[in-house]
Design a binder for this molecule. Structure first.
Ligand SMILES: [Zn+2]
Length: 188
């Protein structure tokens, strides 16, 4: 549709089902996507990545506290879905802001790790206000996170440990951002 587009930011309250045909964004190198419906199936984004053969940077921004999703850590856990035969040849840099334990998000992350041979950096931030940390903020405090957000962040870290770590090749630099232990500690 827009074959020469090289960068795209999609931020809508109604990202639901993105239907794409292969090769739709032939020259797109930078994709930043955010604001999804609470039940959005993040694994569908694998098809979107497939439609962007030149993509180098992919930034996904989610809001775990507004999600209605099955956790990968839940009782009714089944095998993770896979989408074989979808090689993302040029992806080098992936950031997921608001990474959480939602099954579809873990599936998407595993998919990227297994199908992006040139991947260099994967950053998973469990705080969606990840950029505003006390070390950078003028008042010396991180943006406060709700107790629910902090708990979800801890579940996200567990999901990384169980499902992601074992899939990270030695050529990929994995950075996991956790809530600040000084400003957003989990009080039990
Ligand atoms: Zn802090």
């Amino acid at each position: 549709m827009v074959p020469n587009l090289e960068a795209l930011n999609i931020h809508s309250s109604y990202v639901r089902d993105i239907l794409v045909v292969p090769g739709k964004f032939l020259h797109l190198q930078h994709l930043c996507i955010g604001a999804f419906t609470p039940d959005y199936d993040y694994f569908c984004l694998a098809s979107l990545l497939d439609a962007c053969p030149s993509l180098e940077t992919f930034i996904l921004s989610a809001e775990p506290d507004c999600m209605e999703q099955e956790s990968v850590l839940g009782d009714s856990f089944h095998d993770l879905r896979q989408m074989p035969g979808h090689m993302h040849r040029n992806i080098k840099d992936v950031q997921i802001i608001g990474f959480c334990s939602a099954k579809s998000m873990v599936e998407l992350t595993c998919h990227i790790l297994e199908n992006s041979k040139l991947l260099k950096r994967l950053k998973l931030s469990t705080c969606y206000n990840g950029e505003i940390l006390c070390s950078y903020n003028n008042n010396g405090k991180c943006l406060p996170m709700s107790r629910g957000m902090i708990m979800e962040a801890h579940k996200a870290l567990l999901a990384v440990e169980r499902y992601i770590l074992g899939k990270v090749p030695s050529t990929v630099e994995l950075k996991v951002e956790e809530p600040c232990s000084r400003c957003n500690a989990l009080e039990i």
